[in-house]
Ligand binder design. Structure first.
Ligand code: MN
Ligand code: MN
Length: 273
């Protein structure tokens, strides 16, 4: 059950919607995701207990900072500043995107405050382009920028199935640990030391399970495989994001429920360990 930010205990997960998709290279729509994930998450069609037995209806289990309002001319300083504020209150941000470019300012805020971070990044795409169509802040580039800045200690990518020669070079240059889709499962590779950040791009899943995305890349993870890998993470989860859900492409509203299910299990992992 959600409580006010002020009365939250240290370490409480805090939801933050980031309705931003202007760095999406193909389709817009992900900016509309946060309120729709919240509705699916609160739906009475399912109960609030995670598979691991964490009851999210318990008083103070998590809190909700609402959706970020963009008052800055440039959105990234607004994101970085808000995440910094939540971290300074000892809360653990769980961000609902938005396109994947938002992970850059989120991790910039983490980098200063939470050293030694390992990012576990679920995606069909490595998002390691140096630039895409002249945009270095594209949703195809965030992990190149993060690794250039040294904002994370390790980057482990899971579910990748669109590796180009350029991105393979980038991965090598930055020491990225890429676990390609064709090599899954990799449950033992989810065991890391130190704080962990989970960045979950919904297109890591096979579009049969989650069609409401901008880049449908067949041959992806089942929901079950994704949850098994999330459950297998054993570091302390300091924060997370769920990005690239595009409600405009979600004709059956199935993807909203899948995003809400992943949110539940990520919260359960954060609370229950
Ligand atoms: Mn991505
Ligand atoms: Mn992707």
């Amino acid at each position: 059950m959600t409580i006010s930010l002020k009365s939250a205990r240290p370490g409480t997960p805090v939801l933050l919607g980031i309705p931003f998709d202007a760095n999406s290279s193909w389709l817009r729509g992900a900016a509309g995701a946060p309120p729709i994930i919240r509705v699916a998450f609160g739906s009475a069609s399912s109960n609030p207990t995670t598979e691991t037995g964490v009851d999210l209806s318990e008083e103070g289990a998590y809190c909700d900072a609402g959706d970020l309002k963009f008052t800055f001319e440039s959105p990234f300083p607004a994101i970085e500043s808000k995440i910094g504020e939540l971290l300074d209150h000892n809360l653990r941000p769980v961000c609902l995107g938005g396109d994947h470019s938002i992970t850059l300012p989120i991790i910039c805020a983490f980098g200063e405050r939470i050293p030694g971070l390992t990012i576990i990044h679920f995606d069909a795409h490595p998002d390691l382009y140096d630039e895409l169509e002249g945009n270095r802040l594209s949703h195809a580039c965030p992990f190149a920028r993060i690794m250039e800045k040294g904002a994370a200690k390790r980057l482990i990518q899971v579910g990748i199935r669109t590796m180009t020669a350029h991105q393979r070079e980038q991965a090598k240059k930055f020491g990225v640990e890429v676990i390609e889709m064709r090599h899954l499962p990799a449950l033992d590779r989810m065991k890391v030391d130190g704080p962990v950040y989970i960045s979950f791009d919904m297109d890591a899943l096979d579009p049969a399970f989650a069609p409401g995305i901008s880049h449908r890349e067949p041959g992806g993870m089942s929901v079950r495989e994704a949850i098994a890998h999330i459950h297998a993470i054993n570091g302390r989860v300091a924060g997370a994001d769920i990005v690239e859900f595009n409600p405009a492409q979600d004709n059956t509203q199935l993807t909203a429920m899948v995003a809400a299910k992943l949110l539940k299990e990520i919260l359960g992992k954060m609370i229950g360990g």
